[in-house]
Design a protein around this ligand. Structure first.
Ligand code: FPP
Length: 260
């Protein structure tokens, strides 16, 4: 048999093994400590229903709450959600304005529950580029949940991976220029600390919904060794079962970090 066909057959067997994993098997298995999600497909979800695009974003906001609750129950340590990229400013003003109101609406509704559930809210992105009302709502949530030690709900908001790396390079270069740091002392760990994620651990699992297979400038440094799961499900349809399924897929992968 041609090698390419043999490999295909092996992949099929691995896929059917996943189907035979029960929900209980998955929940008893290794849970990724940091899950990062590119929440995509809100516009298409709305279009399928002849609704305005923003209706998809609004539905997506409810999924954010459900996934936060589930991730917390599963003892996930960090859930990073790509809510607005530095490129999303190019969208029509009406949509941008709506997206900038969503964090506020989300926190107005859910902050008391998040506090109750011991969730700590965190921001990865440039707060100064946000409208004042968005910045205020997020900063207030970060402050009021600062002492919680359950799930870290990390919103990537006004975030871009390349900008983040360039900004880290600039800060480090300044230190070298001032004689506070020697170029030869720059390490990967030190570089990571200059990124917007600072001390957060790298994502173990990256999920992107809606069938798009690209990274869209998301956590380019941090996902060097993450497992990727791409699903066709549109974000507003993403359910507990889908998250558990993605974790099952993660458990099936053998992470070797470049070793053997
Ligand atoms: C991409 O889908 C999605 C976004 C740019 C926004 C994601 C935001 C949310 C899910 C809500 C966030 C909630 C909080 C609380 C911050 P798209 O619009 O590109 O979809 P499409 O590709 O189908 O058009």
């Amino acid at each position: 048999m041609l090698n390419i066909l043999k490999n295909w057959k092996n992949q099929q067997t691995a896929a059917s093994n996943l189907e035979s994993l029960t929900k209980e098997d998955i929940l008893n298995g290794e849970i990724p400590e940091h899950i990062a999600i590119i929440m995509d497909g809100n516009g298409r979800w709305a279009k399928k229903r002849a609704l305005p695009r923003v209706a998809g974003h609004h539905e997506g906001m409810k999924v954010v709450k459900r996934m936060t609750k589930l991730a917390n129950e599963l003892n996930v340590k960090v859930l990073t959600l790509y809510a607005f990229s530095t490129e999303n400013w190019k969208r029509p003003k009406l949509e941008v304005d709506f997206l900038m109101k969503l964090p506020e609406e989300f926190l107005n509704i859910y902050l008391p529950e998040l506090i109750e559930e011991n969730v700590r809210v965190r921001l990865t992105g440039d707060p100064d580029g946000l409208p004042q009302h968005t910045k205020k709502a997020v900063e207030n949530a970060v402050k009021s949940t600062a002492n919680n030690d359950g799930l870290v709900l990390n919103f990537a908001l006004n975030y871009g991976g390349r900008t983040e790396i360039v900004s880290a390079c600039r800060q480090i270069s300044e230190k070298v220029k001032e004689g506070k740091l020697r170029a030869e002392d720059i390490t990967e760990e030190m570089f990571s600390a200059y990124l917007m994620t600072e001390s957060l651990q790298d994502p173990d699992l990256l999920i992107r919904t809606s069938g798009e297979i690209r990274l869209s400038n998301f956590m380019l440094w941090q996902i060097a060794y993450s497992e990727f799961v791409f699903t066709d499900v549109l974000w507003p349809d993403f359910s507990d079962e889908h998250l558990i399924g993605a974790i099952g897929e993660y458990q099936r992968r053998g992470r070797r970090f470049g070793g053997i």
